[in-house]
Structure formats: structure tokens, C-alpha cells
Design a protein around this ligand. Sequence first.
Ligand code: WT7
Length: 669
Amino acid sequence: MSTTDETDTSPAPVTGRLEAELERLLAVESFDPPAGFTRRHPVENDVAAAAADPVTFWADKARELLNWDRPFTTVLNDANPPFYKWFEDGELNLSANCLDRHVAAGRGDRVAFHWAGEEGERRVITYAGLLDETQRLANGLRSLGVGKGDVVGIFLPMIPQVAAAMLACARIGAVHNVVFGGFAPSAVRERMEVSDAKVLITVDGARRKGRTAPVKAAVDAEMGDLKSLERILVVEAVGAAGLGGERAPMTPGRDVWYEELVAAADPVCPPEPMPAEAPLFILYSSGSTAKPKGILHTTAGYLLGVTYTYRTVFDIDPATDIYWCSADVGWITGHSYIIYGPLSNGATSVMYEGAPDYPDFDAWWKLIDEYKVTVFYTAPTAIRSCMKWGAEYPDRHDLSSLRLLGSVGEPINPKAWLWYQQVIGGGRCPVVDTWWQTETGAIMISPVPGVTSTKPGSATKPLPGFSPALLTEQGQPLSEGVGVLVVTQPWPSMLRTLYKDDDRFVETYFSRFGPTTYLVGDAARLDADGYFWIIGRIDDVINVSGHRLSTAEVESAIVAHEAVAESAVVAQADEQTGQAIVAFVTLTGGRVGDDAMVAELRDHVAARIGKLARPKRIIWADDLPKTRSGKIMRRLLRDVAEGRALGDVTTLRDPAVMAALASKVAEAD
Ligand code: WT7
């Protein structure tokens, strides 16, 4: 299946002139909105209305932007914080808002997705076509016993069926649980097990850079004895030819071919009116323990958040824009800004099943040229890869259709921001650095293109209706300086809880500063102009290429190897991926680590979590630095990994451990 884009090592012939221009621009602190950019959706009224009364602002937007089967009469129920409810007595169907309303308005022929496969395959999916497939699949799922509130797992690559799968669940009130295609089947199993998924929708095989992974066979090996999982629905994406001669293995009575189910199903499935607070999806994300958090989003508030922010941040005109978000649908970016935000607004998107560097380093730019993409949304790590490959690849193509560029997932370093703005955007496109999280559901801090002046590296200011703020460690409001990022008011697209774990929800997000202040988990800086600069996580979460991983999750995978006695995982700053995983490992019985063991442990982690979690560096340690109470001091390990002078080691049980480690690392370097 698709994996995170791995670093490539080909040389980068960056021209001297570009380099000099970027150096010059690095001194520019702030960029005014480009003169040629004309905004289509004005925001002045929103800014004023949201500032005056955010709850009324959201109520007005909910009426303006969404179609309701039953209008709501209450807006926010905040009687029991942090368990907020929005538009509680209203009812709507999310798939009807994403599909039926556009078709009913005569726009059924509009393209929802231009799908591109990596070997040059092309498909066009219209709104009418997607509605038809969604209805059939919804009926098909019902025939497999899926009803309201049942959980459906989705483990698919970037193929059009993934959109139909999510929308079909929403149509009948089932709850989807999408797992990123780059995760290992054992991680999929864990997520199916903890969410009690009844059905899993997967694929026979997934292609990546000319190779095919036999996904169904791998899924079978993990899922066989999972009691709750009654049925597996299989999309035949690569077929017998793709799998080297034989179709994917199917277990009679349990497994069903997607194509057969859809072809046989009744084509009419009226959308189920769903209560505003009905669960829509669970998306597992990493926290500070090894157990992933099942972040739960509900129907109307989530849809409102993504519908509003999509049009505000990307300034989309559905009739003329061609939008492309290069994320994977298995992350929140894909949920909110590949599927729900664009479809709810009736926009046309590109969906690409492939890598940026296959068959060549210009794969993305070729697509932008071919489809005349106007709005492009990607991640800093990808931009840095493209920088390294060199401007000659984008230069091969006409990128003049682009009018707006977006970034998401991690802080973007000013140099990458400028390269993006200059080389990809030709200096004429606003760059929107969008800050948000799986938990926030929708973008929360971002420039409003055409309005906000941008400072490279800053996500700038809160969007209307959202109230991020900085607090000191003690909880005092900060108007300037470095502090802890929080959100002080509830917002419609906020997570509602952690699936079946209200206690962990309260403990993780609402215990440090009380039940009405949401703790983000990031540190940030506010400058004198009120601009937010995100610094990074304050918990044990690592951000590798914009993907969230917990140190504990990687540690528990490593220590599961029979040769490992103990392990501590930390993040190290990395030019390419933002952060990289460094694992300190103590082997059992005084075994000595060698290159073969490094490779073995990396493979072991890939098999248990996924390739994205493989440590970049493994450091053999005879012992790990622990406090007297036995807690591993990761801060010190980070110092060692990043080659800093050792800080205070007096609280350690055995201070000599650090000196030994440091000299060992220095030797190896
Ligand atoms: C964490 C959330 C939001 C979709 C992708 C990641 C970091 C996200 C930015 C940004 C600086 C960012 C934060 C945040 N992050 N966007 N524009 N600038 N940092 O979603 O997996 O839930 O991760 O990603 O640390 O807390 P996620």
C-alpha cells in the first residue's frame, strides 16, 4: 500500500540565481497578499460576526452552508463541559450534503475527482457517478448487516472507491474508521479490534512505485481470528495480473468482492436523516502512550467546520477551481480536505494514487500542468524533498494555472516556504500555512489568502469562529512570548471524545487547565503582531514528515523483539522530515548490536506499525538514563542524539550512564 514518501537521495542542481534570490527573500519578514490575487469569498463580515458572538456566527453559517432535514433550534449545549454538543436537535445527512444537493441543483455532470494512477491511468468521477456508487454501496453494506452506529473499517489506497466507502457509511449512519494505507496489517488489526469493527473494506493489492503489495493476503494473516469482524469487502484494484497470476484469496461466507456487491445492489438508497451529534467517524492518532487514541467526530459540527474552512482558506470557486490535496485519505487532512470539505462545497479535485518521484521527480508538476490545478495543498516534508530534487523538475512544466498554495502537518521552515512560493507559485500565489490537528477536525490557524500578510514560518492568525490562545505553564494568558497552545471556546468540529474512553479524553485534553480549556499539545510563540508560530509538541509525540507517532508506540514495538531488553525513543531534528526517530536500545544478555541487528529492528518496527515508524538511527546503550523513580529521561537522550552539551544529570540514579552514552555517540559520529 502507499507509504509515506521516503527521502530520496538524488543530487540537487539548484541554480545559483535561485539560491541567491531565496537568500535575499529570507531577510523579508512579511509578505503582503500578492497584488494579482482576487478573493472570491469575502471574510470581513465573518471576522466581525465571529468576534461579536462566535456561537451565533456558527449558527448562521450552519444555516447558510448546510442542508438540514430537520432545522436545529439549539446551537451549543455547554451544560456538561468538556462534553459539548452542537445543533443537538437538528438532523441532516452528510452524504446528501456532499452529493445529492449538487446533483439536485443540476450539477451532476461536474467532476468530483479527476483520478490519476501512477502508471498513467486516468478516470473521471462525476458527482452523479459518485452518488450512484455511494447509494449502491450503502445498500450493499446494509445487506452485509451494517446499520446505524456500526463501525466499518476502511483500509484502502488512494483509489476512487475510498470516497464512496466513506460516503456510503455516512449515508446509512455507520461510523467509518479509516486506517492509513501505509500502516502494517497488525496496526490495522489493532484498530479494528479496539473499535469493534463489523466490516472491513480493503483491496486485493496496492501499487507503489511500480511494485504491488498483496494487501488482502496480508490482511487475512492478521484478521483471521477477529471475532467482531464479520465481513471483509474487497476492491479488486490490481487483479490476478497485478498479483502475479492469481486473484486475492477469499474466505467463503466472510469475504465479498466489492464490484459484485455494488453491481447487484439496489441503486436507490435514500439518505438517512442523522442527528447532528451522531458519530461520523473514528480516526486513530498517536498520543503519549502506546495505545492509539480513537478520535471521535460527529456529523453536523464536523461538516460545518470543514465546509466553512475549506471555502475560506482555499477561496474555492467550485465552478472554476481545480483543487489538489496530496495527502492520504487515511489522515485527517484527507478526511477533511480531500473528501468532506471539497465535496460539501461541490468542488472539483484531483486524486492521485502515486508518489511524487515516480516514474520521475516531476510526477506532481506534470499532473498540475495536465489538470490545470489552481489550488495545491501539501506538506513541508514533501516541499523539502522537491527542493532537494531541484527546480529543474517543476521547470519542465507549465504551472501558471496555480493561484493558491497550502501547507500542513508541521512547522514549515522559511526556506522551504520561500521555495514553494517562488518556484512552484511563481511568486504570484498566496501561501497558506494551515495549523490544525486530527482533534480540531478543521483548520484553525491560517492566513486568509488575499487578506492576511504572511510571514514565512508562521501559521499567522486564528480563522473566524476559532479561539486558540497561549497560556503560561501556570495557566496565565499570554499576549506575546512562548507558551502552551490552548483553545478557550468550544468549536463545532472539535472531537467529542476518545472512542469508548471518556476518561482518557478528559485526562488528555481537559485536565491541565480545566474542563473548558482545550489543551492542544503544542508549544507556540505569539509575536507582537498577534501571529502564532508553532514550535512543536510538548508531549511524547514525534512528528515525522507530518505524521504523528508516539514514542511509547515505537518503543513497545522495539521491545517486542526477543533480543531487546529495553528501549527509549526520542525525536531528533531532521532537515528532511522535520523530526526523525532515534531509538536507544539495550540488548538482552549483553549482546552486542551490529548492522544486521539494526536492519532487523527496523524491519521489525515496519512490520508492527508501518515503514513510517522505522527508526532512522539506532544507538546501542548499555544502560538508559533514569530518574531515581525509574523514569527514563528522554530530554537527556535528545541532547545526546542532537549532539548538545549534557544538561543537569544530578537527578539521575546513575549519572555515569550519560557520560558513557555521550562518548559512545561521539565515537560513532
Ligand atoms: C500536529 C497535529 C492537521 C493535519 C495533519 C496533522 C502539527 C500540524 C501544522 C502547521 C506547525 C503543525 C502540530 C499539531 N502541525 N499543522 N501548519 N504548523 N505544526 O494532524 O496528525 O493530528 O497532528 O501536527 O504539532 O499538533 P495530526
